[in-house]
Design a protein around this ligand. Structure first.
Ligand SMILES: O=c1ccn([C@@H]2O[C@@H]3COP(=O)(O)O[C@H]3[C@H]2O)c(=O)[nH]1
Ligand SMILES: [Zn+2]
Ligand SMILES: [Zn+2]
Length: 242
């Protein structure tokens, strides 16, 4: 499996695109999240919306869903194909009524199903998206009162999206055989709605060696050499995950 971060920046980053990922296997190209900057960042990476086999959404913040309107319109009017949207069932209605409806709805095009093949996912259930790509949603804490999900991919790869520090979950996943963690990282403490670098640095070194930092701010350059055993994910650079 190949993963390329189309962006590694946090919601306010200006030197980096929004933290969105392209996961590629032999049988599938899956976009994880589709933020405000995704349409331009994808274009800069030389790819088009039409190449995507599906889009997986973690939660409803603009750096994760703000590019869906353009994606939906381009798929309808440029590529004439409905994109597949994988999303937790609890997020479908709010995604439409609190975000997408204002821009997309017109006349009879008045539901999310007019624009996407929506595949509703349940937390803690493995879903085979392709013969070589399996995803499990893990409900994790981010904003109080709003659902947000992290992803376990092919049993061994954890992708936090946005979450507050949960060392117990990380240690449990390591125990269960997860060998690569892509984790959001709030550089300046406190993390508040994210996990701070300071918190991640309290993890055992063996676990830190498996963690790669993403969703960071523009000051990441000041932290080179200060991330313990953890490495920093580079935007646009593909990594192979076994
Ligand atoms: O209670 C809140 C809600 C939001 N925020 C900020 O807004 C950003 C929205 O996108 P994000 O989830 O990537 O990061 C969030 C934070 O930077 C915050 O600091 N506290
Ligand atoms: Zn975010
Ligand atoms: Zn968020």
């Amino acid at each position: 499996m190949k993963i390329t971060m189309i962006g590694t920046g946090n919601a306010f980053a200006k030197a980096y695109y929004n933290n969105n990922a392209l996961v590629e296997t032999e049988h599938m190209k899956l976009l994880i999240d589709c933020g405000i900057t995704l349409p331009y960042a994808l274009y800069q990476s030389g790819k088009t919306f039409d190449e995507l086999d599906g889009i997986l959404i973690s939660h409803i913040h603009a750096d994760h869903i703000g590019g869906l309107e353009e994606l939906a319109f381009q798929m309808m009017y440029t590529y004439h194909r409905k994109p597949v949207l994988y999303i937790a069932e609890s997020l479908i209605e709010p995604l439409w009524s609190q975000s997408l409806q204002g821009g997309l709805a017109q006349g009879e095009l008045n539901s999310i199903d007019c624009f996407f093949h929506v595949v509703a996912l349940q937390p803690d259930v493995d879903v085979q998206l392709a013969e070589d790509l399996k995803v499990r949603l893990l409900k994790t804490d981010h904003i109080p009162g709003k659902d947000s999900f992290s992803f376990l991919i092919n049993d061994h790869f954890f992708y936090s999206a946005d979450m507050v520090f949960n060392p117990r979950l990380l240690l449990e996943l390591q125990e269960a055989g997860v060998h690569t963690f892509y984790h959001d990282c709030q550089l300046e403490s406190p993390g508040v709605v994210h996990t701070s670098l300071e918190q991640l640095l309290t993890l055992p070194l063996e676990l830190q060696r498996k963690i790669k930092l993403m969703h960071y701010g523009d000051t990441i350059g000041n932290y080179i050499g200060k991330t313990g055993e953890m490495t920093i994910v580079e935007q646009g650079k593909p990594s192979i995950i076994e």
